[in-house]
Design a binder for this molecule. Structure first.
Ligand code: MN
Length: 424
């Protein structure tokens, strides 16, 4: 059997396109007053609702067809890997260059520029981890230079429960939060707008089938509970955070907004681009059995992540955005299966559509810091092409995350963008 690698949709075959036939990420879009589930292909969206209605999915189960008619992804997420694989095979066949059904598909394609992307799922719960040892070490050095990592870091993935109601989709503007701020010199706090607004470069993990309360997810089965990945910006007010965080962790410094990218890239799409999980240094403790995967061969995610910043003045004067960071998800100390196994080891239940953030993803070298706070100890301050200086985000600043996976002999697959502008 011939394996098609190109689509009859020309824009999907452009090497610079995030959405070739090998990707097929899921999202929810609004077009002509209707909200439908779609799959990105080139610069178009395949309307899954329309496909189900027009009989193109008659080979799928009733449950899968019903899930394609929903206006959010939770029903499809709940069906699990076998249903996702069947749907992916069908959509691949419809969009491949040897598809005999081009004329029936064409009416079900919507130009991306005419659609407004929505949150992809009802997010019942949102958890954020702290899985990058490079991020944790740099932040720790700012506060505890003598012992940057706390004693628990290498034994368990640190996390906190975030707030799902303030998660917004890429493109929504972010209001600068106010809160209690106390400088080291001041005797007491003041109330006012944050002067230390930061982004955090993260990957979001969307949960597929959940687990029952009181039952845990074994690490060997964890990936069967992952629907896919998106980009996530955990906006953070550092001055509010430093005063409020002890002893219970982040609260108002982070729950004012979290931005996610609208397209969810599935683990099946990412499979050919996987990498070995990072080897732990010999002196590090071995993970406990419930956190030890049966194999670390393809446990990691080789995904390149980038942060771009533009000020309002840069955009007005025609400057390109500045790249602030380039990091890779494979450098995380804790992998996706370890995060899920740990989250549920006490019987805590995950549900379809729950969102889990990895925590800020940073690499070991300068130029791979996943947030501005980490850059504070760099010798040269951040200067933009307009001459403007930055320590933290100013009003009008726009932050864009991008990500892609690549492997020789295969087209690059991308995540689209996660964009947010600080309201001015
Ligand atoms: Mn975070």
């Amino acid at each position: 059997m011939k394996t098609a690698t190109q689509s009859w949709i020309a824009s999907a075959n452009d090497a610079s396109c995030d959405f070739p036939l090998q990707n097929l990420p899921y999202g929810v879009f609004r077009h002509r007053d209707e909200t439908h589930i779609g799959i990105a292909i080139g610069d178009l969206i395949l309307d899954l609702h329309a496909c189900a209605e027009s009989g193109l999915f008659s080979s799928l189960t009733v449950e899968a067809r019903d899930a394609c008619r929903a206006d959010r992804l939770n029903p499809l997420m709940s069906l699990g890997p076998a249903a996702w694989t069947s749907l992916r095979h069908r959509v691949t066949a419809l969009l491949a260059d040897d598809s005999p059904e081009q004329s029936s598909i064409e009416p079900n394609l919507v130009p991306m520029r005419e659609a407004v992307m929505q949150l992809p799922a009802h997010i019942g719960d949102y958890t954020d981890f702290y899985a990058s040892i490079h991020h944790a070490t740099r932040i720790g050095q700012l506060f505890r230079p003598e012992s940057p990592l706390l004693p628990n870091y290498k034994h368990l993935p640190i996390g906190y429960h975030g707030r799902s109601s303030s998660i917004v989709v890429s493109g929504e503007s972010i209001r600068r939060p106010s809160g209690q701020i106390k400088s080291n010199q001041a005797a007491s706090p003041i109330f006012g707008p944050t002067h230390a607004l930061d982004y955090e470069l993260e990957v979001g993990i969307f949960v597929g089938p959940g687990n029952l309360l009181g039952h845990s997810i074994p690490i060997a089965e964890a990936e069967q509970h992952v629907f896919g990945l998106c980009l996530l910006n955990d906006w953070s007010a550092r001055d509010i955070q430093s005063w409020e965080y002890q002893p219970l962790g982040p609260f108002l410094a982070k729950n004012f907004a979290t931005t996610i990218s609208p397209w969810i890239v599935t683990l099946e799409a990412l499979a050919p681009y996987r990498a070995a999980a990072p080897a732990r240094p010999d002196q590090d403790p071995a993970p406990l059995p419930y956190l030890s995967p049966p194999s670390t061969a393809c446990h990691g995610m080789d995904i390149t992540l980038e942060v771009y910043l533009s000020s309002s003045e840069m955009r007005q004067t025609g400057h390109e955005p500045v790249r602030m960071s380039r990091a890779n998800m494979r450098d995380l100390y804790w992998t996706v299966p370890q995060l899920l196994a740990h989250h549920t080891c006490n019987g805590c239940n995950l549900r379809p559509g729950d969102l889990i953030g990895t925590g800020t993803i940073s690499g070991p070298e300068t130029g791979s810091e996943g947030c501005m706070l980490e850059m504070k100890s760099n010798p040269s301050p951040i200067t933009l092409p307009t001459g403007e200086a930055r320590t933290f985000l100013e009003d009008g600043d726009q932050v864009v995350f991008r990500a892609y996976a690549q492997s020789s002999g295969l087209p690059r697959i991308g995540f689209g963008e996660c964009r947010g502008t600080i309201a001015s």
